[in-house]
Design a protein around this ligand. Structure first.
Ligand code: 1PZ
Length: 206
């Protein structure tokens, strides 16, 4: 309906926002400012409703962490600033720290990217298969047994591939186009965040 009325679909809105963010990063000489990053990550939550009720807890989890980063945007200018501050305070991996929340939000962005990649490369595979593979690749290695169990159970409640396309207000063709745009635009952002940690000798095994 939104497409027919000439409005942006949620998926397109997310793709365009990440393209803007990636362009902004280039314009700032390869630096990522916290405020636009937080706002862009917040947009992703519009996609959750199309996954169904079982993923409400993932949404709450993700939104809480994004909101923490948005709040930090009032005191810190860039993503590196929060990391440097947490290194100074020895709180990078401390639960609830901005740096830890940044790592978690990055996992969320990576999960969506992996899901879209699965969706595109395996034409005709179910959303269940795509989401299970993506989760196994990106998030499962860092989640406790209890969380992995809960996510695994929730997977059975995911809509079908066709249902998802309808709920997102896309077509078979447009959904591929917008997912591709998100994959391309989010890749340099994700890589940048990983490098923030790696360049400070913080491994990504957590
Ligand atoms: C793209 C959709 C794929 C299908 C569904 C996959 C669902 C993934 C569910 C993830 C549930 C996360 C539950 C909570 C995990 C927490 O233990 C950790 C650690 O938190 P901390 O100890 O630092 O407080 N939190 C995370 O790892 C955050 C992960 C965010 C996952 C966001 C999912 C984004 C999905 C977007 C869907 C449009």
């Amino acid at each position: 309906v939104a497409a027919r009325q000439g409005m942006e679909t949620p998926l397109k809105e997310v793709a365009v926002a990440f393209e803007d963010l990636a362009r902004g990063m280039d314009a700032d000489g390869g630096e990522l400012r916290l405020a636009p990053f937080g706002d862009t990550c917040a947009l992703v939550s519009v996609l959750f409703s199309s996954l169904g009720m079982a993923f409400r807890f993932a949404e709450i989890e993700y939104v809480t962490k994004v909101n923490d980063l948005i709040g930090a945007g009032k005191s810190y200018r860039t993503l590196s600033d929060i990391l440097d501050k947490d290194i100074e305070n020895d709180s990078v991996k401390k639960q609830g720290s901005h740096s830890r929340n940044l790592r978690r939000v990055r996992l969320g962005l990576g999960l969506i990217k992996a899901l879209f990649e699965q969706f595109l490369t395996t034409e005709g595979c179910s959303l269940y298969d795509a989401a299970t593979t993506a989760y196994g690749q990106v998030c499962a290695p860092f989640h406790s047994w209890a969380i992995r169990k809960a996510v695994g159970a929730g997977m059975y409640t995911l809509p079908s591939r066709e249902q998802l396309i309808v709920r997102l207000n896309e077509t078979d063709y447009s959904v591929q186009k917008e997912m591709r745009r998100y994959i391309d635009a989010s890749s340099p952002i994700i890589e940048y965040i990983d490098n923030l940690f790696l360049s400070r000798n913080i491994s990504l095994d957590w």
